[in-house]
Design a protein around this ligand. Sequence first.
Ligand code: ADP
Ligand code: 5GP
Length: 197
Amino acid sequence: MAPAATLPQDHRPVVISGPSGVGKGTLFKRLFDSHPECFALSVSHTTRSPRAGEAHGVDYYYVSMDEFEALVKADGFVEHAQFGSNRYGTSKQTIADQTAKGRVVVLDIEMEGVKQIKKSGIEARFAFIKPPSFEELEKRLRGRGTESEASIQTRLDRAKEELEYADTPGVHDIIIVNDNLDKAYKELEDFVYKPLA
Ligand code: ADP
Ligand code: 5GP
């Protein structure tokens, strides 16, 4: 196990993707809690409403569709995508602010964003979190209790595309099956803390 307050040797941003409900947030929050002051979340902009317990500037910057579009026009995003009826994006300012903290930046983004980051030439590491089964994914998504039935269906449809894309060889540096949480966490931590060759 990597010592708590040690920065990873590899300072490149870590891009975490995977179907909604697979446990991405659970895993990266544990990474942040286990290693205080080593990581900084790339806080995205979104047009969706906050869930109970989420806070502006911590989980997301919650903006209107007009505000989001104005930022797109101003070329303010590194990448952005539509997910269901909402839009999500990583702002250039956020990346700059978080990088300036001298921590390793972690992005939690969906597939179209991953493709754009890859095209952008930004040096990053890519981790995909996979569910043990589609049934288990649905169970987690429902069990979280945050989504309407329509949102669950949209997320499950999208999950199929995410899983297909992740099968493309070479897209991700690591694929972690989040079956047992402790095991999956250890794999993520080992990946993030892998010493530079
Ligand atoms: P995501 O950020 O990928 O949408 P979350 O981190 O919100 O997913 O996790 C979705 C739900 O699944 C949460 O209720 C979480 O507690 C639960 N969960 C996460 N990992 C596991 C696991 N390994 N086993 C069982 N439940 C899990
Ligand atoms: P949620 O509504 O569950 O927070 O997020 C829905 C999906 O949007 C998740 O797959 C999450 O990874 C993705 N997402 C969150 N922020 C961004 C972002 O800035 N860009 C992109 N492309 N996807 C994002």
